[in-house]
Structures are given as structure tokens and as C-alpha cells.
Design a protein. Structure first.
Length: 70
């Protein structure tokens, strides 16, 4: 299982965090996702490497990835 932390732009409230979690949780291979609006971080546990798909989905919904913290 791979765990990553992505720093995203534009997440300012619990509604934003919820939107991110709902958009990411159904990607095949994502085991869990937690978004923290206070830090602007998205924590992921993945069964397979779907990071590129996750980053594309985040960008599509208006939360572009700034950096990967691992």
C-alpha cells in the first residue's frame, strides 16, 4: 500500500475538503482519502499507483496540486 500527501491550492473550508474527498474516493485503487482544509493537504492510501489520476481529478475540480510531501 502506498501512502502520499499532496498539497493543493484553493481548499479553504470543510465544503472544499468534502468535495475533494468525494471526487477522489471512487477512483479505483484509492483505499482512503482525507482532505485537511487548514493545511491544504490531501492524504491518500492507494492499493496501486493512481497518483496521476488523482492529480488530474483534483485539477478538474479546481484544486491543483502544488507539491507532493510523501
Amino acid at each position: 500500500m502506498k501512502e502520499i500527501c499532496l498539497k493543493v491550492s484553493g481548499m479553504h473550508c470543510t465544503g472544499c475538503a468534502s468535495r475533494i474527498e468525494n471526487a477522489i474516493k471512487n477512483i479505483e485503487g484509492v483505499k482512503s482519502v482525507t482532505a485537511n482544509y487548514e493545511t491544504g493537504e490531501v492524504f491518500l492510501k492507494m492499493e496501486k499507483d493512481v497518483q496521476e489520476q488523482v492529480e488530474e481529478r483534483l485539477n478538474d475540480i479546481g484544486f491543483p496540486v502544488l507539491e507532493e510531501n510523501s
